[in-house]
Design a binder for this molecule. Structure first.
Ligand SMILES: *[C@@H]1O[C@H](CO)[C@@H](O)[C@H](O)[C@H]1NC(C)=O
Ligand SMILES: *[C@@H]1O[C@H](CO)[C@@H](O)[C@H](O)[C@H]1NC(C)=O
Ligand SMILES: *[C@@H]1O[C@H](CO)[C@@H](O)[C@H](O)[C@H]1NC(C)=O
Ligand SMILES: *[C@@H]1O[C@H](CO)[C@@H](O)[C@H](O)[C@H]1NC(C)=O
Ligand SMILES: *[C@@H]1O[C@H](CO)[C@@H](O)[C@H](O)[C@H]1NC(C)=O
Ligand SMILES: *[C@@H]1O[C@H](CO)[C@@H](O)[C@H](O)[C@H]1NC(C)=O
Ligand SMILES: *[C@@H]1O[C@H](CO)[C@@H](O)[C@H](O)[C@H]1NC(C)=O
Ligand SMILES: *[C@@H]1O[C@H](CO)[C@@H](O)[C@H](O)[C@H]1NC(C)=O
Ligand SMILES: *[C@@H]1O[C@H](CO)[C@@H](O)[C@H](O)[C@H]1NC(C)=O
Ligand SMILES: *[C@@H]1O[C@H](CO)[C@@H](O)[C@H](O)[C@H]1NC(C)=O
Ligand SMILES: *[C@@H]1O[C@H](CO)[C@@H](O)[C@H](O)[C@H]1NC(C)=O
Ligand SMILES: *[C@@H]1O[C@H](CO)[C@@H](O)[C@H](O)[C@H]1NC(C)=O
Length: 498
């Protein structure tokens, strides 16, 4: 303690050297007994003694001092501008010619100028420890100063303030619930034992943002191969995020950001993008899905191959030709595509393949198939095309069947009566049908004739068949029969183009 120096009337060592007990029966009092002053404040004090012959009752202090009043054995003063450095006053008096004195302490208190919680990390991972630090400067007396760390209203830690400024730390494990929580600290100056109150100064709150970004995989769903000009969809999902609302997700193809629709459900975030591959993107491209949350991000990549597949284009020199005509079948496709026409491969990828034939009756409804294959990174892509040829040929009749392209008209004439019978229509055989018929098949490309003998005999029997009516055959009565039936196409099983 810095003792008063300037205005002492006796040297200090002499004062202290006085034999105690000489004036022992008299004492000095200072009112109020507990001097508690806010720093820089003022206080009125009354120094008094019970010595009946007291003289020169005075107050020794370096503080600005203003005498207020005095009387026998007492003097009152007003002390002002009380600071932390001058906390002692000396009350003295002469009693029977000897000086008596008493020193009295002043409690100077001061609210902290600064109560501040150190900034929190912008994002704090859930499950990791976070150190809260509170700085308190300027509070006095420090013995009565406590620092409290708070989460919302909840007290996390209470520690004495030590040092100037006082630094108080406390570690907490960040939880999901702490996302959005406000942390703060409070300095408590407890002067209740000095007859004053409990004074609190709080820091500004700091809001914590916590997050959890799992290390688990991102599910990126994209096609392996993409055709130019086609619409395609990509899908990317990450589960177990917290808080999903704060997460960002991006899908990019090469260096092109894809516009995506983002959905968040609970702890899940999903981005769905659709796009159309452009011709200049052909080749292998990398698609990247990236999720960012807090200060971290996760990403996953996939390769996809963008290709252009033109063709195959399969053409006939004419779709419908007369028998004996040379037909050219051509198959072409885009660059790098290998075509094979009816098993005959083109010389090289990108080259067309051609086939020539002299059309015959048997080529009617013949299908030609062109297979096209494209080799891309990690795969082979296929595409087929087919075309059907029509060959026109003259009408023919054989064994009660008639055919031709176009379909022939059929007519039979009974030789004896010249009665015309509609061919191609089943009828019930009666005795009157007995006889010999001339049957004609006719179309734009030719005609053919056959003689059919119908020999009707005996009782009605079950059974049927045109062949029975061929020359020399016997037709049972009441049988449903045809003189000549149109035959189905020669190659009915050859399928039409796909
Ligand atoms: C100072 O104290 C004395 C003794 O107790 C008393 O007589 C006197 O009235 C007081 N003066 C003031 C101004 O309070
Ligand atoms: C109080 O003290 C300060 C600095 O110690 C000084 O500047 C100021 O003038 C003083 N005030 C009074 C009223 O003495
Ligand atoms: C957090 O701190 C506590 C107590 O000091 C310790 O037991 C725990 O292992 C720490 N947790 C992490 C994730 O560092
Ligand atoms: C204030 O500090 C003084 C001095 O250390 C001590 O005696 C007193 O108990 C303290 N009061 C409180 C409320 O802490
Ligand atoms: C934290 O403080 C902010 C701003 O003062 C307030 O909007 C928010 O609701 C507080 N959070 C909690 C959990 O009280
Ligand atoms: C500290 O608290 C006291 C009362 O509790 C108040 O008068 C004072 O202005 C506060 N100080 C600051 C810097 O807020
Ligand atoms: C998108 O995700 C859903 C659910 O995971 C899945 O069923 C769907 O096939 C995905 N779509 C695409 C285009 O990847
Ligand atoms: C493609 O995305 C757009 C918006 O980005 C959307 O309106 C459209 O429905 C999507 N199309 C498909 C087929 O998903
Ligand atoms: C992509 O297209 C360009 C020009 O269209 C062509 O030169 C290149 O060979 C193509 N690349 C692949 C891998 O198909
Ligand atoms: C994509 O392809 C490149 C080169 O072809 C390769 O280096 C890379 O590892 C592939 N990426 C993935 C995710 O397969
Ligand atoms: C096509 O075949 C028919 C019959 O076999 C023949 O008469 C004709 O000359 C052939 N045409 C050509 C161009 O070879
Ligand atoms: C052409 O493709 C068809 C259908 O995919 C297949 O059945 C046929 O075997 C292929 N032919 C050749 C020569 O690759």
């Amino acid at each position: 303690y810095a003792l008063p120096s300037a205005k002492t009337t006796l040297p200090l060592h002499l004062l202290l050297a006085l034999p105690t007990g000489a004036q022992g029966q008299f004492s000095l009092r200072l009112e109020p007994q507990d001097l508690v002053v806010p720093e820089g404040g003022s206080i009125s004090v009354n120094c008094s003694t019970d010595c009946p012959n007291a003289q020169h009752v005075t107050l020794e202090t370096s503080l600005p001092k203003e005498p207020l009043s005095s009387g026998l054995g007492w003097a009152a003063f007003r002390l002002s501008n009380v600071t932390h450095d001058d906390r002692e006053v000396l009350c003295s008096s002469f009693c029977n010619g000897l000086q008596i004195s008493g020193s009295f302490g002043i409690t100077v208190y001061r609210f902290p100028d600064l109560v501040e919680l150190e900034p929190l990390p912008s994002w704090q991972p859930v499950g990791q420890n976070l150190t809260l630090s509170c700085q308190v400067a300027g509070g006095a007396p420090q013995d009565n100063l406590t620092v409290v760390l708070l989460r919302g209203e909840e007290e996390l830690s209470r520690q004495p303030a030590v040092g100037e400024p006082a630094l108080v730390n406390h570690m907490v494990e960040a939880r999901r619930e702490d996302h959005g929580a406000n942390f703060s600290c409070r300095a408590e100056l407890d002067l209740r034992s000095r007859g004053l109150g409990l004074f609190q100064n709080s820091s500004a709150p700091r809001q914590l943002r916590t997050y959890a970004l799992p290390v688990g995989p991102l599910h990126l769903d994209v096609p392996r191969f993409l055709e130019v000009e086609r619409l395609w969809l990509a899908n990317c999902t990450l589960d177990g995020l917290f808080p999903a609302s704060e997460a960002k997700i991006q899908l990019a193809l090469g260096d092109q950001m894809l516009k995506s629709q983002v959905e968040r459900h609970g702890d899940r975030i999903t981005a769905t993008a659709n796009s159309t591959a452009r011709a200049e993107q052909n080749g292998t491209q990398e698609i990247v899905c990236k999720v960012t949350l807090g200060d971290e991000s996760r990403e996953t990549r996939r390769n996809l191959t963008i290709y252009s597949f033109q063709g195959p284009i399969l053409t006939l020199s004419a779709p419908s030709v007369a028998e004996g005509t040379i037909v050219t079948v051509t198959c072409t496709a885009g660059a790098r595509i290998q075509v094979t026409l009816d098993g005959v491969p083109a010389e090289a990828p990108g080259q067309p393949v051609q086939l020539q034939l002299n059309a015959t009756e048997r080529d009617d409804r013949r299908s030609f198939i062109c297979n096209a294959t494209l080799k891309v990174d990690g795969g082979i892509l296929y595409r087929n095309e087919s075309v059907q040829l029509r060959v026109l040929y003259g009408a023919k009749i054989d064994r009660c069947q008639a055919w031709g392209n176009p379909d022939p008209e059929l007519q039979c004439v009974k030789q004896a009566s010249k009665v015309k019978v509609l061919a191609g229509t089943p009828f019930v055989v009666r005795l009157k049908h007995h006889g010999t018929y001339t049957c004609h098949a006719n179309n734009s490309h030719g005609k053919d004739t056959v003689t059919v003998v119908v020999n009707v005999q005996g009782e009605p029997r079950r059974g049927w068949g045109c062949r029975a009516a061929s020359p020399g055959g016997v037709l049972p009565a009441a049988l449903r029969a045809e003189l000549v039936a149109p035959r189905r196409a020669l190659n009915p099983e050859r399928r039409a183009g796909s």
